[in-house]
Design a protein around this ligand. Sequence first.
Ligand SMILES: [Zn+2]
Length: 294
Amino acid sequence: MTDETHMTSSQNNQLSLEMIETRCTLCGSSNDKLLFEKEGFRHVCCQTCGLVYVNPRLKFHKDFQTVSGTGSMGDDQLSRLQILRICKELSMLDNYRKLNRILEIGPGKGWFLSIAKLVGWETWAMEINLDAIENLKRKNINNIITSGSVISGSGHESFDVIRMWDVIEHLEWPRALLEEIFNSLRSGGLLRLSTTNINSLSRMVNGPEWVYLNGSDHIVLFDPVTIDKLLKLVGFRRIRIRTRSFNLRRKLYHPEREIKVKFHPLRPFRKIIDETIKFTNFGHQMIVDAVKEA
Ligand SMILES: [Zn+2]
C-alpha cells in the first residue's frame, strides 16, 4: 500500500495508514477466508455467517471519514426528479409520523432533511464530516449530533424514523450503531437504509473491479441475507429488502483514479437489465425498511 494509492487530500496526509486486524461485526467470529485483494485491501468472508468485510482495515478509518468524507456527499443541486422522489418517500414516511421527529445519519448535503423540514418534520442529523456539518448549518438543520451516540444526543425512543443512506458500509461496527438506532426509535418506528449489495449482478460481472469495492471507505459489504440477519439480531422485525440497478461501471470510487470501461458481452443489454433487476435480489443497491415492533 502506498501513499499515492490511498491519499486523496492534504488532510489525509496527516493521518496514519496503519492497519488493524478486525473481526466480523455480525457474529463476532474471527474465522474468515480471503475472497480477493484490491488496492492492498483484503476482502474476506466470515466463515460463520457469510458477512463480507475488509480485514485488516485502516486503523484510523473513522478519522479519514471526518476530514475527507468518502465517496459522494450528494449533488450540489437537485433535479426535479430527485425532488419528486424525496417527496414521494416523505409521503410514505407520514405513516410513521407520531412524535414528528426524524433523524438522518450521514445526510451529506442535507437535501432530504431540508425537504423534510419544509413539510413540518423536526429534523435531526448525525454527521461527523466537517464539510457536511457546515453544509447542514447553512440549510438551517441545527439539531446535529456530531459525536458520541445517537442516544446520548437525543434520548431513548425519540424518533419516528431514522434514515441512513449509503452509510452502513463505511462503519467500523455497524451492529453497535444499529443497536443504538433500535433504542432511539419509538415502538413502531422505522429504520430506512440503503447500502450496496455485494451479491449483486454488477459485482458478479465486474469482480473485484466493481465500482463500490473500495477498501479504504467501504469496509463492511452486505447482501440481502446478511443485512436481514443483522437487523433481526438487533431486534428489528417486519424487514423488507428491495434491490435495484445494474451497471458495468468499473470506474474506481475516487474519480482521480478512473480506469477505462472495457467491453463486456452484457453491455448491449444493460438498460433492460437495469429496468428489470428490481424484481430480483441482485440489484446493486439495497433499500431496506425495518420496523421496531410495538
Ligand atoms: Zn460472521
